[in-house]
Design a protein around this ligand. Structure first.
Ligand code: 5AD
Ligand code: SF4
Length: 473
């Protein structure tokens, strides 16, 4: 079933990574003022937009999927790399032009990760927007919208919080398939990796109460959802204490997995330093906790990891991979890689290639280093790897990983996987697509199967990104 709100699917979406395609959150509800909401960035931002939609609805605003019909345009933004910000700036220019030329009452707002950093620029220097709202201030949105209406002035709230988790707000779901949903379990990040702007844009780490997470998951099960991805910047440092009792991530995952045997559970994204044996044992013991971990390594060289302030060495990371594979045989791993970090030598770059060859991930999200203001790297190091070298190194990384992904997928041919059907494949209505337990997108002939069903599929072919198969009846 297609939900009221719509998200433009990006099947390449990484757990914690910025996406290229914006997603449009909107539903056709009548309301005094109509809001068009566009989401950039990671799954966390998609989940945040579901909170924003709920706050707006509660505040008496309508939502529209047509920007032309909107009185208010809100962009939920991403700041992780410079190109993500550039995309939002172009989009702002587009809406500004409309406001200037033919729609002077149009209100334009920037939400999320770009808000805090760019508020002065957006408001004072460039007079680009009417409201600016940071990721911890979404409850204030209706008030801010009224304020800018009343005063004609820009309205701002970029206050970061140590407590806000939006635990009591029921998100308005706008995923397209009604099968898989995101549940946010924590916000912010305390890790301060040298390259990363997230601790500055999203503030300190805080965990949402376990009871409210479990209640939301139980409700999703009741509504017929079959897969939940729990989200946070670093989910495996989740910990919430209530009445002296403390729940950590392994325990939380275990409790979610008990809600229904028909529910699959995934999570994203995690830091290797917090991947405990207890967590690996939950993967092993609970059949519905997927046999898949996204375990961002970022780099294959210990000196670079130290410069990145990742707090583990290459060998410690490799030992963790071995432990994960011995506790959970066949576990699928994916990762994030950054090419061309400050001071990266050719030898250090080759260590990333050799790590990829050693681990043989099923999938990787690979980026060129992009300096972000305020970060430790921006303050202490020089972004000294020339762009052409960064590009060449990244393309070597991508070429190697694509070959490994293809070879791993070729190993699947002849095996049978249980696929949760998400809907028709992108190419043809005669085919369905869904993921294996190990998170591999699989396409097979529709026959009489339906969205939301688990189907046993024999793998008959593959590309580096997709498995092809036939249902086993
Ligand atoms: N430049 C390039 N990639 C980055 N990431 C985070 N910050 C940067 C940056 N400044 C990548 C990391 C992280 C993923 C979400 O985005 O690989 O895991
Ligand atoms: Fe950024 Fe590191 Fe936190 Fe991930 S763990 S959000 S890379 S600071």
């Amino acid at each position: 079933m297609l939900h009221d709100l719509q998200i433009l699917e990006d099947p390449g979406s990484s757990p914690g990574q910025a996406l290229d395609a914006p997603k449009v959150a909107a539903e056709e509800t009548p309301g005094a003022r109509r809001v068009y909401l566009e989401t950039y960035g990671c799954q966390m931002n998609v989940s945040d937009s579901e909170i924003v939609a709920a706050v707006l609805r509660e505040g008496g605003f309508g939502l529209t999927r047509d920007p032309e019909a909107a009185d208010v345009v809100l962009l939920n933004t991403c700041a992780i790399r410079d190109n993500a910000e550039q995309k939002v700036r172009h989009r702002l220019d587009f809406f500004r032009a409309r406001k200037r030329k033919r729609d002077e009452d149009l209100k334009i707002g920037v939400l999320g990760c770009m808000a805090e950093r760019l508020r002065h620029k957006l408001l004072e220097e460039e007079h680009l927007v009417d409201i600016v709202v940071g990721p911890d201030a979404y409850r204030d949105l209706p008030r801010l919208l009224h304020e800018t209406d009343d005063t004609g002035q820009a309205a701002v709230n970029v206050q970061l919080s140590r407590e806000e988790t939006y635990a009591d707000i029921a998100p308005v779901r706008y995923d397209t398939n009604g099968v898989a949903a995101f549940v946010s379990i924590m916000r912010g990040c305390d890790n301060m990796c040298a390259f990363c702007v997230v601790p500055f844009t999203r503030g300190r780490e805080r965990s949402r109460p376990a009871t409210s997470i479990l209640a939301e998951c139980a409700q999703l099960v009741d509504q017929g959802y079959k897969e939940i991805t729990v989200l946070g910047q670093n989910v495996n440092s989740y910990r919430h204490t209530h009445d002296g009792a403390s729940v950590d991530f392994a325990e939380l995952l275990y409790r979610i997995s008990l809600l229904s045997p028909g529910l699959r559970i995934r999570y994203s994204t995690s830091h290797p330093k917090d991947c405990s044996d207890a967590l690996l044992h939950v993967h092993r013991e609970r059949p519905n906790v997927c046999n898949y971990i996204h375990l961002p390594v970022q780099h294959g060289n210990t000196d670079v990891l130290q410069r990145m302030r990742r707090t583990y060495t290459r060998d410690e990371y490799l030992a963790l991979v071995d432990r994960a594979r011995s506790i959970c045989p066949g576990i699928s791993l994916s990762t994030d890689i950054i090419a061309g970090f400050c001071g990266e030598t050719e030898d250090e770059h080759r260590d990333t290639l050799s790590l990829l060859a050693r681990v043989r991930y099923d999938h990787a999200f690979m980026f060129m280093y992009s300096e972000r203001p305020e970060t430790y790297a921006a303050r202490k190091y020089t972004d000294d790897v020339p762009l052409a070298v960064k590009k060449r190194r990244l393309s070597e990384i991508i070429a190697l990983q694509t070959r490994i992904s293809l070879e791993n997928n070729q190993q699947e041919i002849g095996r049978i996987h249980t696929v949760l059907v998400e809907g028709p494949s992108r190419r043809s209505d005669a085919q369905l697509c869904g993921r294996t337990d190990s998170n591999k997108m699989t396409v097979f002939d529709r026959q009489d199967f339906e969205k939301g069903q688990y189907v046993r599929v024999r793998i008959t072919g593959c590309t580096s990104a997709t498995l092809l198969g036939e249902a086993v009846v």
